[in-house]
Ligand binder design. Structure first.
Ligand SMILES: [Zn+2]
Length: 318
């Protein structure tokens, strides 16, 4: 009787011990899986599909690539040397495409009409593939200044550990606005186009970003991304403000842009002033500081969303 009882106790104890071992094993396995998953994620980010200074051409299979008309040029990828974040910032120095001629692209991928005026008036379904840009009151071309700005910003971002996709890396690039946007969509984590406004004013009115017009928010692909565009625009303006740079009004103006209409990643056109603005090197350096601050702010807040977009992008590539 006594022995039987001890035997039962022993059996129960043995069963409990086995169960405990199974549970602890399971726990260790799950933990290992989670940490493997996390390290894979980090690997994916730190690993890079592109080499430093690699030329990146428009891939005809990319979504909307067939809408582009000027496509023979290439963007250049720059890889950060240290403290890599695994985030690629697409920098698009506005304008700077020669011999555009009469080539036009659809304002919207679905062929619908433009909802606001701009370089192309409201109601048009086609726009000049890439416009020439304005001339500052001192005679300097906007495209010259946007390229200088892009180079200064590139240097700053690389030093901070961001990789950079330079959409235009020299005086001329044979890529229209659709091609530039599609390359960014498929290579970069965000797209920032640099411009100065050609408003004819004689005074510096300050910086602003181009917001998404209400009527565009229901059109694909804007429907799924306009909030990202707005958030990135706001972050850039906040960054510029922190550098005590003059902001125009609330820092936003809604315009129907080709860039926005074709963007599937956070994408914004930032107007860094107008024809009367100072564009000396110290000013451009200050602007780069503000923009980099804004990019940092956006990335810290939205890394999860950026990762989701990267996974979607990887799926598309199959
Ligand atoms: Zn411009």
């Amino acid at each position: 009787m006594k022995l039987n009882r001890n035997g039962r106790i022993l059996r129960v104890f043995a069963i409990l011990l086995v169960m405990l071992m199974i549970v602890s094993n399971l726990l260790v396995e799950t933990q290992a899986k989670t940490s493997k998953k996390n390290s894979e994620k980090t690997d994916q980010r730190s690993e890079c599909a592109y080499k430093n200074k690699e030329k990146i051409y428009l891939n005809k299979n990319w979504k909307y690539a067939d809408h582009a008309k000027i496509t023979s040029g290439y963007a250049v990828f720059y890889k950060a040397k240290k403290n890599r974040k695994g985030i690629i910032v697409g920098i698009n120095a506005g304008h700077g495409t020669s011999n555009v001629g009469s080539r036009k692209t659809l304002c919207h991928p679905d062929g619908s009409a433009k909802v606001t005026g701009g370089t192309t008036s409201a109601g048009s379904t086609k726009a000049i593939a890439v416009s020439g840009g304005m001339t500052f009151h001192d005679g300097t071309r906007e495209s010259t200044v946007t390229l200088r700005m892009a180079k200064i910003l590139k240097k700053k971002l690389l030093a901070e550990g961001y990789d950079v996709l330079m959409i235009r890396n020299s005086k001329d690039v044979q890529l229209d606005n659709v091609a530039r946007t599609v390359i960014c969509n498929n290579v970069a984590d965000c797209h920032i186009a640099l411009h100065w406004d050609g408003d004819g004013l004689r005074y510096d009115k300050g910086c602003f970003y181009i917001g998404v017009p209400e009527k565009l928010k229901s059109m694909k692909p804007v429907k799924n991304h306009w909030e990202e565009h707005e958030a990135l625009g706001k972050a850039l303006i906040k960054g510029l403000k922190r550098e005590k740079i003059k902001i125009n009004g609330k820092g936003r103006m809604a315009v129907d842009l080709t860039q926005t209409s074709y963007s599937t990643i956070p994408s914004v056109d930032v107007e860094l002033g107008n024809q009367a603005s100072d564009h000396s090197n110290p000013t451009l350096v200050k602007l780069a500081d503000g923009l980099a601050r804004g990019i940092d702010r956006y990335m810290k807040k939205n890394l999860q969303m950026i990762e989701r977009d990267a996974i979607e992008k990887a799926k598309r590539e199959g």
